[in-house]
Ligand binder design. Structure first.
Ligand code: FDA
Length: 398
C-alpha cells in the first residue's frame, strides 16, 4: 500500500510526487501514456515557457478569482526558477516575464523525473486505470497491472486538449463519480473560426483566404478581458497570441472586439490625415499604420473612398470608420476545438476543493491539481506555474 498515488505524470503530477516523496511519503505515479511529461515536451515550441515572473491570481480565469492565490504564494515563479538554475538549465526571458529554456523542454521533464525518482517516487507509464473505489483506509484502484491501494489519491490528469497525446476528461469523470461539481469545460488558448461573411463585415475582405497570413498588433477584447498582442488572420479565421488569449473568456454566440490601432486616437488620426494630405487615398493613410493588405481591405468599408482622396470623404464617414477601427466587432462561428487548444478551461469546481491544500472538501484524501481544476491561465507560462504551485501545495498536504 502506498501513502500516495498520483494519477498522471504531467507537470502537476510530477511536481506533486517530487514534493511528497521529499517529505518521506511513499509515492507511486500512474501514467496512462508511454512517457511522462508529454505536454511539457511539446510546450513553448519545444523550449517550454516554464513560468512567468509576473504571475498573480489575476492572470487566471476561474469561477473563483481568489482561489489560486494561496498556492501561488506558497510556490512562486522565483521558486521554480531556483530549481531550474539549480539543475544548471540555461534560460532566457522572452517578453512580458515569460521564461523559456535556452535548450529544450526535455530538460524540464528530466529535472522533474530525476528529482521525483531520486526522492523515492516510482513512476509507472503505460498503466490503464479502471474502477476506483474509496474504503476506510483510502482508495483502491483497479489497473491492468493489478489492484493498487493508497491512503491518499491525487488526480493530476489534466484536461482533454490535444487528445492525440492521450489527453482525456478522466479527472472530471472521476470527480463527478465522487460527487464533486465540475464547471462545464471548453477549449481555451485556441484559434477562433470566422465565416467569410464575418471577415467581410470586420475587415472588408471577401474571404479569410484573401487576408490569410496578415498579422497585426491589436487589443483583443471579450467581456472585460483585454489583451494587447499580435493577431493573425488564417484561412479559417483568427489566431495569434491576442486571439488565443480572448478565446478563453469567449463563449459561442458572443462577439470579440479588436482595436486595430492600439494606443492611437483613430478619429484624430483620420481627420488630421484629411487636413494635411487631402489627396492621399484612404488605403494609403491606413497603410501607414497597418499591413498594406489589411489597410487596402479596410478602405473598402467606405465605398465612397474608391478613386477619391481624403478631402472628398465627409467627416461623418471618417468618424464612423474610426469607431470601427477602434473597436472592430468580430463574430466568431466557433473555435478549432480541443484538437488545437493549448488548455481546457473549466474543470473541477474550486468550491469543491480547499485552496490551502487542494483536497476535496467532502472527500478526505482526494486531491485534484493542475489543469483538471477550474483555474485556467493566460498564455505566457502561467499554466505551468499553476501546475507547479498546485502540485507543490498538494504534495505538502498528502
Ligand atoms: P498534463 O496534461 O501536463 O498531464 C496530465 C497527465 O495525465 C498526462 O501525462 C496524461 O497522459 C495523463 N493522463 C491522462 N489521463 C490519464 C489516465 N486516465 N490515467 C493515467 N494518466 C492519465 N503552458 C505553459 O505554461 N507554457 C507553455 O509553453 C505551454 N505550451 C503548451 C503548448 C501546447 C501545444 C499545449 C497543448 C499546452 C501548452 N501549455 C503551456 C499548457 C500546459 O501544457 C498545461 O497547462 C500543463 O501541462 C497542465 O499540467 P497538468 O499536469 O495539469 O496536465
Amino acid at each position: 500500500m502506498d501513502d500516495v498515488i498520483v494519477i498522471g505524470a504531467g507537470a502537476a503530477g510530477l511536481f506533486c510526487a517530487m514534493t511528497a516523496a521529499r517529505r518521506g511519503r511513499r509515492v507511486s505515479v500512474l501514467e496512462a501514456g508511454p512517457k511522462p511529461g508529454a505536454k511539457i515536451l511539446i510546450s513553448g515550441g519545444g523550449r517550454c515557457n516554464f513560468t512567468n515572473l509576473g504571475t498573480t491570481a489575476a492572470n487566471f480565469f476561474s469561477d473563483n478569482p481568489h482561489f489560486a492565490k494561496s498556492a501561488l504564494a506558497g510556490f512562486t515563479p522565483r521558486d521554480f526558477l531556483a530549481l531550474v538554475e539549480g539543475a544548471g538549465i540555461a534560460w532566457h526571458e522572452k517578453t512580458l516575464g515569460q521564461l523559456f529554456c535556452d535548450g529544450s523542454a526535455r530538460q524540464i521533464v528530466d529535472l522533474l523525473v530525476g528529482a521525483s525518482t531520486e526522492a523515492g517516487a516510482r513512476i509507472e507509464t503505460g498503466c490503464a486505470i479502471g474502477e476506483i473505489t474509496r474504503t476506510e483506509e483510502g482508495f483502491v484502484l483497479h489497473t491492468d497491472r493489478g489492484t493498487r491501494r493508497a491512503a491518499r489519491l491525487v488526480v493530476a490528469t489534466g484536461g482533454p486538449s490535444i487528445p492525440k497525446l492521450g489527453a482525456s476528461d478522466f479527472a472530471w469523470r472521476l470527480a463527478r463519480k465522487f460527487g464533486l461539481r465540475v464547471v462545464p469545460a471548453h477549449p481555451a488558448l485556441v484559434p477562433l473560426t470566422i465565416t467569410d461573411a464575418a471577415i467581410g463585415a470586420a475587415f472588408g475582405a471577401g474571404s479569410a483566404a484573401e487576408l490569410a497570413g496578415v498579422s497585426f498588433e491589436t487589443i483583443a477584447g471579450c467581456g472585460r478581458a483585454r489583451f494587447r498582442e499580435a493577431a493573425l488572420i488564417t484561412h479559417r479565421g483568427l489566431s495569434g497570441p491576442a486571439i488565443l488569449q480572448v478565446s478563453t473568456p469567449w463563449r459561442p454566440g458572443a462577439a470579440i472586439t479588436l482595436d486595430l490601432l492600439p494606443g492611437q486616437d483613430a478619429q484624430a488620426m483620420l481627420r488630421e490625415a484629411k487636413r494635411r494630405r487631402p489627396r492621399a487615398s484612404l488605403g494609403g493613410v491606413l497603410g501607414e499604420h497597418l499591413p498594406q493588405r489589411l489597410a487596402a481591405s479596410l478602405a473598402t468599408l467606405l465605398p465612397q473612398a474608391t478613386g477619391r482622396g481624403m478631402a472628398d470623404l465627409p467627416d461623418r464617414a471618417l468618424d464612423g470608420l474610426a469607431a470601427h477601427l477602434g473597436a472592430c466587432p468580430v463574430q466568431p462561428s466557433g473555435s478549432e476545438g480541443f484538437a488545437r487548444a493549448e488548455v481546457s478551461a473549466g474543470g473541477v469546481a474550486t468550491s469543491a476543493l480547499s485552496s490551502k491544500t487542494m483536497e476535496a472538501r467532502d472527500i478526505p484524501g482526494l486531491f485534484v491539481i493542475g489543469e483538471a481544476v477550474d483555474v485556467t491561465g493566460w498564455l505566457g507560462g502561467y499554466n505551468f506555474q499553476w501546475a507547479w504551485s498546485s502540485g507543490y501545495c498538494a504534495g505538502n498536504n498528502v
